[in-house]
Design a binder for this molecule. Structure first.
Ligand code: MRU
Length: 368
């Protein structure tokens, strides 16, 4: 079950009993069942990513890295095995750029390996590094985002700060702390009064099934709302700020995130409410500029729209909610143009959603 101390929480780890097994939480089953799932072969990693046992851009990247480690343990030509796994992994979900980033990072590290043993050791080390660094990235985002919440709290003379979030950019989407949730957790730890409006996030309900679950586990006051409620709440001054995550942000600051994020940004803009995106640098796609034109948007199985997961008579089940004659489309992400984003919260600080803003914090990417 969950560790006593939030500091110790992790979403992926090497089994303490068997160094050839990677363990994850099967997020498809939450909040009704907390089940640890074993990844024994790199193909299990591909399934876990594409079928969303794990999800959230940083965790997808970390799972890919650990899957390459599993590939390195396979029989036969280790280099060939890793190459085959890498090709399959980068295709397992198209929108989150962390996937390609993590695979390339491991492959780059392996260039120095001279033996099969060294490949295994380096792949494992790199997967561990990616996870450890991700925790520090979330911590950085948390500390910088905390200042924004603090400022609003001061302006409200200590009254509750109401944050609206979409999907799950929480601990479950990263290794720990989350991106959008890290400022919220840190504000709560500091004694700032904070309350979260949790968008349900159809069709897969990452808001109602994952964000609500982890906020409840961490005792953060929150309220679940249907996806279409945000605009109404904003019109009635019930939202002080929006913080979402991102799956891929272009070098000019356009942000791809869970479908519906764009509509929240439009509503926030119309109501003069700050709309922030928590952005780990691993999610920046320095090679793209125009998000709407260039970011691949995943289309998923229509079953996710027609069927809902829940509990009936004490048993978990999927229920079909619509008739069979209606065609369904299931776009999983949309792009919020930079002009609608008040600011980006990165591990290095806050910046404008623009090329200048991002390069101000990441000057080493100027020549990329
Ligand atoms: O389809 P998902 O659940 O992988 O989508 C996740 C999101 O859209 C998150 O907001 C994003 O990955 C950021 S996670 C820190």
């Amino acid at each position: 079950m969950l560790p006593e101390n939030a500091e110790d929480f992790r979403t992926i780890w090497l089994s303490p009993d068997d160094a050839s097994v990677v363990q994850i939480i099967d997020q498809r089953l939450l909040p009704h069942e907390y089940r640890i799932h074993d990844l024994r072969h790199w193909q299990d990693g591909v399934v876990a990513i594409s079928e969303m046992y794990v999800r959230g851009a940083p965790l997808i990247g970390a799972t890919a890295a650990w899957s390459l480690y599993l590939a390195s343990l396979g029989n036969g030509d280790v280099a060939k095995g890793i190459e085959t796994a890498a090709e399959a992994l980068v295709k397992s979900r198209p929108t989150a750029v962390n996937l390609v980033w993590a695979v390339n990072r491991v492959l780059e590290r392996l260039k120095t390996a001279n033996s099969a043993e060294e490949m295994i050791a380096l792949t494992r080390e790199e997967a561990e590094n990616i996870c450890d660094e991700d925790i520090e990235i979330s911590r950085g985002i948390g500390n910088h985002g905390l200042k924004l919440i603090e400022a609003i709290s001061e302006k409200k003379n200590g009254d509750t700060v109401n944050v609206l979030t979409h999907c799950n950019a929480g601990s479950l989407a990263t290794i720990n702390w989350g991106t959008a949730t890290a400022p919220i957790y840190f504000a709560q730890q500091k004694g700032i009064k904070v309350h979260v409006w949790v968008d349900e996030t159809r069709p897969r309900n990452q808001g109602s099934q994952l964000t609500a679950w982890e906020l409840a586990a961490n005792k953060v006051p929150h309220t679940l709302i249907v996806d279409n409620a945000g605009g109404h709440l904003m019109q009635h001054e019930m939202v002080d700020m929006v913080i979402t995550g991102t799956d891929r942000t272009t070098r000019c600051g356009d942000v791809a995130n869970k479908i519906g994020t764009y509509l929240k940004a439009l509503a926030a803009h119309d109501n003069d409410i700050p709309f922030y995106v928590a952005l780990p640098s691993t999610t920046i796609d320095w090679n793209s500029r125009d998000g709407v034109a260039e970011i691949p948007i995943e289309e998923r199985d229509p079953d996710e729209v027609t069927n809902i997961y829940g509990v009936s008579n004490g048993e978990t089940t999927h229920v079909r909610t619509i008739g069979s004659d209606t065609p369904v489309s299931n776009y999983a992400f949309d792009v919020t143009p930079a002009r609608l984003v008040t600011g980006l919260i990165t591990e290095r600080g806050l910046c404008a959603a623009s090329e200048d803003g991002l390069l101000g914090l990441f000057p080493e990417m100027k020549s990329s």
